[in-house]
Design a protein around this ligand. Structure first.
Ligand SMILES: C[S@@+](CC[C@H](N)C(=O)[O-])C[C@H]1O[C@@H](n2cnc3c(N)ncnc32)[C@H](O)[C@@H]1O
Length: 163
């Protein structure tokens, strides 16, 4: 069976390996809002590494936000992810999105990003997300796509950083 048939692309939870590419560049004095909280996988990994995290699965991040936060971080649903990026840009605070590499292509992405001083991290290995099928103990193949961290106001030396 093909990968797209095996997975719901909106419920792909962040594995710890994805976080090691971004955490070295994050300031531990800030409050991180895990905006598309889901089951809390990304939040837990950040907390395990001594970051302060706010958020929960009942906050609709497109219309609401926690009382206090400094940095928008998330792995948004892959379908329609531009609306989440748009929201973060409008909130005008630093952000980091774990998204598919090809999602910075296309007209919608161009309109959002062309005037933004963003930076990206391209991990050398593909990120194998935790999927509902995986959690049911079913066998799944490796990810067929590359992921990146799309960041804004994160201290990175270059605009494109291969790691
Ligand atoms: C790809 S999953 C990632 C979950 C989590 N961020 C992680 O990294 O494991 C995307 C999650 O966004 C949630 N979601 C969808 N629309 C949302 C919204 N408007 N506000 C907050 N969360 C939303 C979905 O329920 C889903 O759990």
């Amino acid at each position: 069976m093909k990968y797209p048939e095996l997975h719901n692309f909106n419920e792909m939870f962040t594995p710890p390996e994805a976080m090691k590419y971004i955490m070295p560049f994050l300031d531990k004095s800030l409050i991180y809002w895990e905006a598309c909280y889901g089951k809390g996988n990304m939040a837990r990994e950040l907390e395990k590494n001594n970051f302060t995290v706010v958020g929960n699965e009942n906050i609709d991040c497109l219309s609401d936000q926690p009382k206090e936060w400094d940095f928008f971080i998330t792995n948004p649903p892959f379908n329609g992810n531009k609306k989440f990026i748009k929201r973060a840009i409008e909130l005008n605070k630093p952000f980091a999105f774990l998204i598919r590499l090809e999602h910075i292509g296309g007209v919608e992405a161009m309109r959002l990003l062309k005037d933004l001083d963003f930076k990206i991290i391209i991990p050398e290995k593909r990120i194998n997300y935790i999927t509902p099928k995986m959690l049911e103990g079913k066998k799944v193949g490796g990810s067929p796509f590359h992921s990146i961290w799309l960041t804004y106001k994160v201290e990175l030396s270059k605009q494109i950083n291969f790691m």
